[in-house]
Design a protein around this ligand. Sequence first.
Ligand SMILES: [Zn+2]
Length: 408
Amino acid sequence: MGASSTCRSCGHAGLEPVLDLGRTPLADRLLTATQLAETEPVYPLQVAFCPHCSLLQILETVPPEVLFCEDYPYYSSFSDALLRHSRENVLDLIARRDLGPRSLAVELASNDGYLLRNYVEAGIPVLGIDPAEGPAREAEKIGVRTLNTFFTAELATRLAADGRQADVIHGNNVLAHVADTNGFVGGIATLLAGSGVAVIEVPYVKDLIDHREFDTIYHEHLCYFSVTALDHLFRRHGLYLNEVKRLPIHGGSLRLYVEKVERVGDSVKELLALEAAERVDRIDFYRDFAQRVEGLKTELLALLRGLKAQGRSVAAYGAAAKGATLVNYVGIGTDLVDFVVDRNVHKQGRYMPGQHIPIFGPERLLTAQPDYVLLLAWNFAAEIMEQQAEYARRGGRFVVPVPEPKVV
Ligand SMILES: [Zn+2]
């Protein structure tokens, strides 16, 4: 653990620096009132590009037991959009792959069972794997069998030896989080049945760079994938990226269909060609990113300071990891934002890391009626604005920070 100078995927030693976000606290480490007086651990947050396999990555690896086990506050079921997105994905797979009571669907980082519950409802056996205790307990309550542990190559070998191979393996927003990238992908190859498919979702690095989504960079996200980088990674483990879909979720994601048989479809060929044409597979594409991120910081600070100068009050929505990166990098403290609201009851009553902004439930927007709400969770902007229609009706306005800070 600690800082590495070699590529997480291919081991190449000559990584090229792209962006330095400084030393920041862990984005998911929300603080209790008593923790406010303690010194918060901070870790360097530097992004680099591998010219050998095209993988964008951060250099620091914070031990996973520090990141994910201790009081991890993320519960997937708190987003309606995410639930809908997952359900449609599962129903599509059940139909396309003809899954039934003899099939097995596995999810890596199954959280509170938000996705696998759709298989359970259809009578298809499932196995969730997740190291976070609270969410794993919630999953068991709704009938989603869950192993409360990390997915590793060793676990995959044990399951396969027990005759448990998966017809579908889901991994949503987990591949970018694992420290042992090759062990994880190797484990998928072991656990996957010969005719099975791994359906993996990752944020897309092209969207990150094009739309200045620097706040999706934090210590939990070790890798930022292009199709080119993924193709290299999977092939090293005898897996083939055969189909890919671009999705709008989380600011732009890829859904990958990975199999043991090579039959690369047009969707993959087209994105590989697009990445070559736009030089996503070269350092050129990343060179001015740091400067563009700096520009966003200047614009957002000017907007918020302007509002404060006019005597306006500002709150924020979304105590998620990306919000923590944004407030800490831009330098938004309680001088600019009075409080943050979040639907997740596990986050309410706590404080944002670094800037120590207090977190309340969304009803506070109506009792306090701030003039503006900064949407830290801009990836769910439409859903949040819909839920907060009453706040808007009473004259409240929203500030979207990314890709261009603006009042909507
Ligand atoms: Zn590499």
